[in-house]
Design a protein around this ligand. Structure first.
Ligand code: ATP
Ligand code: TYD
Length: 237
């Protein structure tokens, strides 16, 4: 496999073509953004940590029968993935109230959500990723009802696998965002799963161990990501 030209540079990752039209290289950079790119910083080791974190999680999900784009880790900061036609809709599941839900509905942070909630957001930085619903997604052609049903079912299956995985490490999976795409017509999990796109709290102290440390200026961002990784069995050396 040969890495070719850069196709896209996002806020945290760069995407490269390869000599195989079905495969891409994802390069996890140290760049960290919050508030739709309004705040950008480089955090040493973040690319390596998120690349390893994502590889570990994607392999677990694949083993649990969830189709993912992940093929293999190529280096500290790069992974080979299947090239998806991305669906511009973000799927969010919440087990505990935090972030946008607390702001929007005024519920208490940490309230247990039974059953867990499912929300859709449009992937559009200029519009600040507005919340949407299935009717809007269908009408504007972002995804079909069948695709949305499959994405929702897969997002909840991911919850079952990962809630347990993190619980075994003494962590609460508070909420997370997934992105899906199409590979030869099939819905496949894409992008990444890392502490950049989810909330993880220590089960005892409820300390935040995810990107909220960056958003809220709490410091120790990458140290927290590494601690989460160690607790679930990821080595970073
Ligand atoms: P955001 O941070 O809101 O996800 P971004 O575009 O800045 O947006 P990055 O993670 O920096 O995000 O960029 C990676 C880009 O690659 C995203 O647009 C993502 O949707 C896309 N992507 C991820 N996996 C695949 C894949 N398997 N095939 C094609 N594109 C992908
Ligand atoms: P949410 O609480 O809606 O947003 P905010 O981060 O503004 O408080 O986010 C729920 C979870 O989904 C949280 O773990 C962050 C993640 N997420 C992203 O990573 N990117 C996104 O564009 C969205 C909408 C959510």
């Amino acid at each position: 496999m040969e890495k070719r030209q850069e196709l896209y540079a996002g806020k945290a990752k760069s995407v490269y073509a390869t000599d195989d039209p079905d495969l891409l290289v994802l390069h996890f950079r140290d760049d960290t953004s919050a508030f739709d790119g309004e705040r950008m910083e480089s955090l040493a080791r973040k690319g390596m940590v998120n690349n390893r974190f994502n590889a570990f999680i994607m392999e677990r999900l694949q083993a649990a029968g969830i189709p993912t784009h992940f093929v293999k880790r190529l280096s500290d900061t790069e992974s080979l993935v299947k090239k998806l036609e991305m669906i511009p809709v973000e799927c969010v599941v919440r087990n505990l109230a935090a972030g946008g839900l607390v702001r929007r509905l005024g519920v208490e942070e940490g309230k247990e959500l039974v059953p867990p909630t499912f929300e859709l957001f449009l992937k559009n930085d200029a519009l600040h990723d507005p919340m949407i619903n299935e009717s809007l997604a269908e009408t504007f052609g972002w995804a079909t009802p069948e695709q949305l049903a499959e994405m929702k079912a897969l997002t909840f299956r991911v919850n079952e696998v990962l809630k347990q995985l993190f619980a075994d490490g003494g962590l609460l999976l508070v909420d997370y965002k997934l992105e899906f795409g199409l590979f030869k017509g099939q819905i496949v999990l894409g992008d990444e799963f890392s502490p950049d796109g989810c909330r993880l709290w220590d089960a005892e102290t409820r300390n935040k161990m995810d990107k909220d440390r960056f958003r809220q200026g709490l410091g120790g961002v990458i140290e927290a990501y590494e601690e989460v990784g160690r607790r679930i069995g990821i080595g970073f050396d």
